[in-house]
Write a protein of this length. Structure first.
Ligand code: KG4
Ligand code: ZN
Length: 351
């Protein structure tokens, strides 16, 4: 099939996403989020997310089919996120996908969520001539932070580095909570930082010491990895010091300095990994890709290193079903066998 009609289902975190593509053409990207229900807890509560997926799935599916003007009988394939993500949340999407596949006799494909963040690049004219070679992906969200080398989406994706503790978005959210900015805190810090001095406080850049970095010839144990938990602690300590001294908290300066530390270490390590692996095209994805300073510094450092940077539209960067459908379509176009219905979910599925 040259232009397969593929339905993609995403339920790994708080977004219930159903996307439909025809080959590289996006027909619908319908998303329902349970974020409002998690706000008062200051983080995504897995049990609440799972129940919300159950309630949202059928209406979201129906809305997607209506929006795309297709029926279940028209589909060539169904693709569903099997991991990584929240266990109970993944099970809702996978169970729904299996039920649809069995009822309609449609081939079903199990999809890796991280690879789908890259596969989305074929949609919306992002890469009009298909995914380029020498491709890398920098994925930065509330649930993950990774740098990937992408030889082929179906069988050659390599994890070069990742966070060893908090995801970058999680660090934003935790820091925002310390600063009393509400949840999710990424957008609030992004906004506030514009009025602050990013050099006011020098916050730590995790895993940047020589013992972790090593050299290009003899890489250390965490050359391309990140750690953000120490940064969050440093912000908390700084806030304490101002309070103990009875000084007014310079919230904008702290936000800007925190953001500079996160963005500096993310971009410097990502570009280093690209240079040392011959990556000349970088795709930036995940919810934190909306961050103004991250986009700015990534663009600046990529340009200096001769790397072409691509950032998909915001609705395709955050978790969604279209990315799952897009990767599914590419796998179908390569003639791969369907996954059957015996596969399970895997909360820590590797790439
Ligand atoms: O990809 P996403 O919608 O969901 C997952 O976590 O998978 O990402 C949400 C995360 C949250 O942690 C949120 O605080 C962060 O992305 N975020 C931002 C910005 N917009 C969203 N972080 C920094 N700056 C932003 N402008
Ligand atoms: Zn994601």
């Amino acid at each position: 099939i040259t232009q397969p009609l593929v339905l993609g289902i995403e339920s790994s975190c708080d977004e219930t996403g159903v996307g439909i593509v025809r080959g590289t053409e996006l027909l619908t990207n319908t998303v329902s989020s349970s974020m409002d229900e998690h706000v008062r807890f200051g983080g995504v509560i897995p049990e609440i997310a799972s129940r919300a997926h159950l309630e949202a799935f059928v209406p979201t599916l129906q809305a997607a089919l209506d929006d795309a003007g297709v029926t279940l009988a028209d589909l060539d394939a169904i693709a569903v996120t099997a991991g990584p993500g929240l266990s109970g949340a993944l099970m809702v999407g996978v169970s729904a996908a299996k039920a649809l596949a069995v009822a309609t006799g449609t081939p079903l494909y199990a999809i890796n969520h991280l690879v789908a963040h890259v596969g989305v690049g074929i949609l919306g004219g992002t890469f009009p001539d298909g995914l380029p070679s020498n491709l890398g992906a920098l994925l930065v969200s509330g649930g993950h932070t990774e740098i990937l080398r992408v030889g082929d989406l179906a069988h050659d994706v390599e994890l070069l580095g990742s966070t060893i503790d908090d995801a970058a978005g999680e660090a934003y959210d935790k820091t925002a909570r310390i600063l009393g900015l509400g949840y999710p805190g990424g957008p609030a810090i992004d906004r506030l930082a514009r009025d602050g001095d990013p050099t006011a406080i020098r916050f730590p850049r995790g895993l940047s010491q020589p013992k972790y970095m090593g050299t290009a010839e003899a890489p250390g144990p965490h050359r391309y990895d990140w750690s953000f938990s120490g940064l969050k602690t440093a912000v908390a300590r700084s806030v304490e010091q101002y309070e103990t001294a009875g000084l007014e908290l310079p919230v904008a300066d702290i936000a800007a300095s925190f953001q500079e530390a996160v963005v500096d270490i993310i971009t410097s390590k990502a570009v280093l990994a690209c240079r040392e692996h011959g990556i000349t095209n970088l795709l930036l994805g995940g919810g934190v890709a909306a961050n103004r300073r991250l986009r700015e510094l990534t663009a600046e450092r990529c340009a200096a290193a001769g790397i072409t940077l691509t950032v998909p539209a915001p609705a395709l960067c955050t978790d969604n079903g279209a990315m799952v459908a897009a990767l599914g379509a590419q796998i179908v176009m390569r003639g791969a066998q369907p996954s059957g219905i015996a596969f399970g979910t895997d909360p820590s599925l590797p790439v």
